[in-house]
Design a protein around this ligand. Structure first.
Ligand SMILES: NC(=O)C1=CN([C@@H]2O[C@H](COP(=O)(O)OP(=O)(O)OC[C@H]3O[C@@H](n4cnc5c(N)ncnc54)[C@H](OP(=O)(O)O)[C@@H]3O)[C@@H](O)[C@H]2O)C=CC1
Ligand SMILES: CC1=C(/C=C/C(C)=C/C=C/C(C)=C/C=O)C(C)(C)CCC1
Length: 299
């Protein structure tokens, strides 16, 4: 058991980079992996924005992080990734408020929701996990470019291996499986990362996708089976702090720039499914995402 546990929870970000004067945003930072990621960035002296859909929950966590790190530059802002109006309002206020953005961690996510739609009519998994972060990154990219070297970390999952991008059924209207919808959206995170890296080559902005491991968190809230599995195998499941390590590794490790677009797990390069390496699918997903969000194709 200890050996399997060690194997499943390995991967520590050992960087001792400090972040005074640096600005970071972590989406879904009020709990789970996002909270631990934000705490670590705050510990290193960054000004950290907790971008949360529930501001009250966010404020409680901000106070906790301020108390434990002694960094009072931990700020909460409303961001509901299931509503493009909220994403635009968040970005508008942030751009007006801050001169720089050095680290964007697209961490928030939903898993295995019953079929439902975002305010803009997108299926919830693809809408929140992919399209919401796609729009957010688009709106913040000017600031990231101006602050280069800067990084975008997209929290994906090993579950992307089961994902497919069904362009004829992107919104799950023809057929829907809650589990697979999650996998498709996590594949979209990987394809987005690769296409973004291609488009940002030479800009000083680099991007990485991450599998955090199997982690104790609220992500399994919609699945009794997963809750049961997590309880049964609790010894083999990472803590949120362990789950934050690969995101931190990608955000902080010096010399990672040449690996922009790559996928990481346990703080190492990780294998991506053949779908996840398909440039044609990545380009098409980019164009379709722009189309759905009313964005120009070249950004
Ligand atoms: N836990 C695991 O084993 C694994 C997790 N991951 C990925 O890690 C990331 C973090 O998940 P984890 O910490 O485990 O899960 P949690 O459910 O604990 O955290 C998810 C966060 O996303 C937020 N969120 C959900 N919907 C929205 C929305 N519409 N707008 C803004 N924020 C939203 C949640 O807010 P609220 O609290 O208000 O619901 C919460 O803060 C996810 O992307 C997930 O896919 C990947 C592989 C495995
Ligand atoms: C088989 C097996 C496990 C199940 C792992 C699962 C089911 C992981 C799911 C990961 C998810 C949902 C990722 C989210 O993106 C455990 C519990 C580790 C214990 C060891 C054996």
């Amino acid at each position: 058991t200890p050996r399997i546990r060690k194997m499943l929870s390995c991967g520590m970000c050992t960087s001792n980079v400090q972040l005074p004067g640096k600005v970071a945003i972590v989406t879904g930072a009020n709990t789970g992996i996002g909270k631990e990621t934000a705490k670590d960035l705050a510990q290193r002296g960054a000004r950290v924005y907790l971008a949360c859909r529930d501001v009250q929950k966010g404020e409680l966590v901000a106070s906790e992080i301020q108390a434990t790190t002694g960094n009072n530059q931990v700020l909460v802002r409303k961001l509901d990734l299931a509503d493009t109006k909220s994403i635009r309002a968040f970005a508008k206020d942030f751009l007006a408020e801050e001169k720089h953005l050095h680290i964007l961690i697209n961490n928030a996510g939903v898993m295995m929701c019953p079929y439902s739609k975002t305010a803009d009519g997108f299926e919830m998994h693809i809408g929140v996990n992919h399209l919401g972060h796609f729009l957010l990154t688009h709106l913040l990219l000017g600031k990231l470019r101006d602050s280069a070297p800067s990084r975008v970390v997209n929290v994906s999952s090993l579950a992307h291996h089961l994902g497919r991008i069904h362009f004829h059924n992107l919104q799950g209207e023809k057929f829907y499986s809650a589990g697979l919808a999650y996998c498709h959206s996590k594949l979209a995170n990987i394809l987005f990362t690769q296409e973004l890296a291609r488009r940002l080559k030479g800009s000083g902005v680099t991007t990485y996708s991450v599998h955090p491991g199997t982690v104790h968190s609220d992500l399994i809230r919609h699945s009794s089976f997963m809750k049961w599995l997590w309880q049964l195998f609790f010894l083999f499941i990472k803590t949120p702090q362990q789950g934050a390590q690969t995101s931190l590794y990608c955000a902080l490790t010096e010399g990672l720039e040449t690996l922009s677009g790559s996928h990481f797990s346990d703080c190492h390069l990780a294998w991506v499914s053949s779908q996840g390496r398909n440039e044609t699918v990545a380009r098409r997903l980019w164009d379709v995402s722009c189309d759905l969000l009313g964005l120009p194709l070249d950004w």
